[in-house]
Write a protein that binds this ligand. Sequence first.
Ligand SMILES: NC(=O)c1ccc[n+]([C@@H]2O[C@H](COP(=O)([O-])OP(=O)(O)OC[C@H]3O[C@@H](n4cnc5c(N)ncnc54)[C@H](O)[C@@H]3O)[C@@H](O)[C@H]2O)c1
Length: 362
Amino acid sequence: MKEITVKSNIRPYKVYMDNDLNKLYLALSENKIKNTDKFIIITDSKVYSIYKKNIKSFMRKFHYDIFVMDEGEENKSYKTIDRIYKFLIENNCDRNTVLFALGGGIVGDITGYVAATYMRGIRYVSIPTTLLSQVDSSVGGKVAYNLNNVKNVIGTFYDPTFVFISVNFLKTLEEKEFINGLCEVIKYGVIKKQEILKYITDNLKGILELENDKLLHIVKECIKIKSEVVESDYNDLGYRNILNFGHTVGHGIEIDSNHKVSHGIAVALGMLVAIKISEDKLNLNESFYEELETLYKKINIPTTYKVDNRKGFLYSINHDKKMENNKIKFTLLEDINKCLTKIEVDEEEILKAIDKSIGRNF
Ligand SMILES: NC(=O)c1ccc[n+]([C@@H]2O[C@H](COP(=O)([O-])OP(=O)(O)OC[C@H]3O[C@@H](n4cnc5c(N)ncnc54)[C@H](O)[C@@H]3O)[C@@H](O)[C@H]2O)c1
């Protein structure tokens, strides 16, 4: 079983990676979680419908109950959390209860928040089932829910007892969700490790055909990067901002398109704009833009987006929670894998970069 230890602020925890779900038993015992503990599986309706039988078979040795939340971002709410708290109380859950977060980033964030707050904190095990949650949200301790359409505005930092990743889960993922996650993988290649981009280019067929060894390789590389970044800046006060590369304009695209453009694609487009701004402000070599655009085209990731309402678009960007003092701050690239954070960029510079990048064919 492959494993990476994440040295968090509170205590280190392991991320195990294996395709054999039975290895999860080993991980439980290594982390002193006993068969006699009480388990609550938290999952969403879609994951439950696909994995119902597997859950039953795997959990036959345990005392457990299941809470199934509706899938979708609109359910990442206090209403869901309140229902889970009540479910835990009704099922006599105490401080020996262990929660299993079985699902994508939404289930992970919700379960982590409940674990952090129920009885002042109980254990939870993260079993991420989307590519995005495997390479990103399962590590780093950010747990949160949305309030009044503001994403992740209520939350805290709380780590799982351990993370167990099986890339086999990705076999049932819809293609658009896989591509969403792949955009985040590309982001790691841009901000931190160019070899990831080369690996994707050289192994694209195998990756898109979901070959286990290829998937495991990219997941492991991304977890390594995410854990290094988080270890340096757990509370997200500076360096961790590099993970937001592409997210500022990406956020604007998500809002402008009324969420028709998914998060991953929006970030991918946002990265192209951030690269153009980086060329203008930090003299980033122009060849990198073309390299990335070529990779997007091979994967069928869009490279263009039309901004009709520029004022509204900038307004969306301005309302991104990463803003400070009414200035638009970007994470930019000085060179490939060399990020600078909190660089002030004005509206003119953003619009100019959009016209020269994702907006140039309109
Ligand atoms: N905590 C963090 O650091 C962090 C980082 C990035 C994103 N996030 C959060 O993560 C969320 C997005 O996560 P996501 O992209 O995983 O979305 P998600 O949890 O909504 O999952 C996407 C879809 O895939 C389905 N699904 C999950 N696993 C599946 C499987 N194995 N087979 C088939 N279908 C499956 C889900 O039911 C859902 O419909 C957002 O709420 C975002 O804010 C958190």
